[in-house]
Design a protein around this ligand. Sequence first.
Ligand SMILES: Cc1cc2nc3c(=O)[nH]c(=O)nc-3n(C[C@H](O)[C@H](O)[C@H](O)COP(=O)(O)OP(=O)(O)OC[C@H]3O[C@@H](n4cnc5c(N)ncnc54)[C@H](O)[C@@H]3O)c2cc1C
Length: 372
Amino acid sequence: MFNIAPASEEQFLAKVREFAAEHVLPYTREWESNAAFPDEIWPKLGAMGLLAMTLPREKGGTGVSCMAYCHAVKEIAKADPALAMNLSAINALVSAHFDRFATEEQCAKYVPGIVTGELKLAWGLTEPDAGSDARRVKTHAEEIPGRPGYFHLNGQKMFITNGGKADLIVVIARVSPTELTAFLVETAQEGFKVENRIHTVGVSASNTVQFALTNAVGWHTPCRFEDAIGLLYRGRLGIAAMAVGIAEKAFELTCEYAKGREQFNRRLADMQSVQNMIADSAMEIEASNLLTDKGAAMYDAGLPIIKESSFAKLYASETANRVTNRAIQIHGGRGMTHEFLVEKLWRDAKLTEIGEGCSEIQRLVIAKQVLR
Ligand SMILES: Cc1cc2nc3c(=O)[nH]c(=O)nc-3n(C[C@H](O)[C@H](O)[C@H](O)COP(=O)(O)OP(=O)(O)OC[C@H]3O[C@@H](n4cnc5c(N)ncnc54)[C@H](O)[C@@H]3O)c2cc1C
């Protein structure tokens, strides 16, 4: 129905698939038990062009279409959902932030390191008292006298992906009771302190942290709050793609298992109740793919995707949770063991219903668009 990507992007995606098979999938359990990715992964991701997919070529990025970006995230999610989540956040929220809002001077300073993976990145909006209600951000920024463009930031950020490893964080902060905007914060400074590593039930290789800013110096990237968080629309397509990748992987493993295991002298795959679960999963994955591709195609055509990105994220994330749940059911007791990947995929799937706007927020967004 949709062109997946132009021919040159097909080659890019073929390489991403190979990369995922060789450098990601074999290590997914190890990374989870270490609760960390190895440092070498970042330059490898950089060399693949995976850290600046949303940054146009003329600005030094890989500059692929939104469709190719989503498919790349999906391929990585099939191998390691936590890494896909990081790629989604870095591309949709950090590289894209540089594309849209950073000044030439800021781009000249940071883009080369972003593209190669030399600079590790994060995006910080959420706070202990500002989650779904992002406008409640309390972190505040005050201009430093005599240093135009530079501000002192004070506050706390919570649940920040890659926050404990990042060299550079895009931080959303308040400059007045009504105005929020964004700042580039280097972490190698006294005012930045990781307070807490947050261990999560899934995507646990990802370095999720809470950090504090105490008179930390931030470089203003002029943008309105609405524009900065408008990046979340494409971001939600990335999370949808991550969810589709999780669902597809769990589905493939489940079909294989159902064909291989016999009980009552027949294969699980020949039992109608199992077939029903497999049919429902196949159909929901197809629908999730179509919604994600539709959102990406519209984005690439320059159309607004507020409703479509919520459709894709909501449907694909709930699908990933249902499909991974059924995958464990069909694996039986073995599905609950660490010997089989489906239990990990089930745990990893949960994040997709929460990150970048929980399902309830997606429903609010959709209702608001539909009832306008
Ligand atoms: C692993 C992980 C990585 C993350 N990475 C990042 C990151 O890199 N950067 C970043 O800024 N944030 C990040 N987040 C934060 C994430 O975006 C928030 O967790 C999410 O937006 C929900 O906010 P909250 O957790 O404060 O939940 P709350 O806002 O407290 O909501 C809790 C629950 O209340 C319900 N709810 C809330 N509001 C409504 C409403 N209006 N109507 C109906 N129900 C509602 C929902 O069921 C919701 O799940 C990450 C979170 C996780 C878990």
